[in-house]
Write a protein that binds this ligand. Structure first.
Ligand code: NAD
Length: 263
């Protein structure tokens, strides 16, 4: 049976773990060539890359550039163009978090979070759109967050970046609407990934709580289903947004947050 995205190339930033890796698996499983990006153990990444190729026989390329830096983003996009001609599906997913009161928020962390969670999406998008316009088809998906719609204390840089990403996505959607290109945000609530696990110690410190209190009274407190979202559920939404059935969904912000932002 023919695969849904055979012949297409998907570039997913921050795809060596968590949600990004789930997107890569889903897209590779449907025949797309994938460009994966992110940090981690070299051997483990190579195993993931081989695993992605084994899913459908399409190619998987690892581009390990640091997306807080413009020249490295440009290098990654150039590698994708050299290998595959260009990017049909762009998923801006790389992100980081830091938890601290605004008056103590480290300036270097603010700059890194804005660079990675917001500015990198501008650079990848501006470099991907000309190819998509030429093909009269493209899909741009951002992993935004419930924090693109609502705020939580002690996450000023993250909330700012994610709100910015939502506005950027709506703007791009309008600009490319007549070219068969859609641009949308997926906004998960809490998904159990290293990003969430790693913020528990700082949240314990900032709020004076135990680990259990952070899990139940902070993370899942606002999520009415009282369940973490799974990476597979987020990837399934991306697969739908990439399908022809979603050709008229653009400029949207799709919540997968167990009811968090319905409140
Ligand atoms: P994760 O920590 O598992 O993955 C982050 C990825 O980004 C990793 O591959 C990491 O290597 C990569 N990365 C980090 N710094 C980078 C850099 N400078 N350059 C390139 N790559 C870099 O986290 P995750 O939870 O899978 O997060 C993925 C996205 O989902 C993020 O944008 C995050 O804000 C968003 N998100 C996560 C949750 C959640 O609850 N986990 C909820 C809403 C939104």
């Amino acid at each position: 049976m023919s695969k849904a995205f055979a012949g297409k190339t998907a570039l997913i930033t921050g795809s060596t773990s968590g949600i990004g890796l789930a997107y890569a698996k889903a897209l590779a499983g449907e025949g797309a060539n994938v460009v994966i990006n992110g940090f981690g153990d070299k051997d483990a990444i190579e195993q993931e890359r081989l695993g992605l190729e084994a899913l459908s026989g399409a190619k998987a390329l690892y581009s390990g550039h640091d997306l807080t830096k413009q020249d490295q983003i440009e290098a990654m996009m150039a590698e994708a163009a050299t290998a595959f001609g260009g990017v049909d599906i762009l998923i801006n997913n790389a992100g980081m978090q830091h938890v601290a009161p605004v008056e103590d928020f480290p300036v270097d962390k603010w700059n890194l979070i804005i660079a990675l969670n917001l500015t990198s999406a501008f650079h990848t998008t501006r470099l991907a759109v000309p190819y998509m316009k030429g093909k009269k088809w493209g899909r741009i998906i951002q992993t935004a967050s419930a924090h693109s719609l609502t705020a939580s204390p002690f996450k000023s840089a993250y909330v700012t970046a994610k709100h910015g990403l939502a506005g950027f996505t709506k703007t791009v959607a309008l600009e490319v609407a007549t070219f068969g290109i859609t641009a949308n945000c997926i906004s998960p609530g809490y998904v159990w990934t290293p990003l969430v696990e790693n913020q528990i110690p700082d949240t314990m410190k900032a709020r004076g709580m135990t680990r259990e209190q952070v899990m139940n009274d902070v993370l899942l407190a606002g999520q009415p289903t009282k369940q973490f979202v799974t990476v597979e559920q987020v990837a399934a939404m991306a697969m739908f947004l990439c399908s022809d059935a979603a050709a008229n969904i653009t400029g949207a912000n799709m919540s997968i947050d167990g009811g968090w932002t319905a409140q």
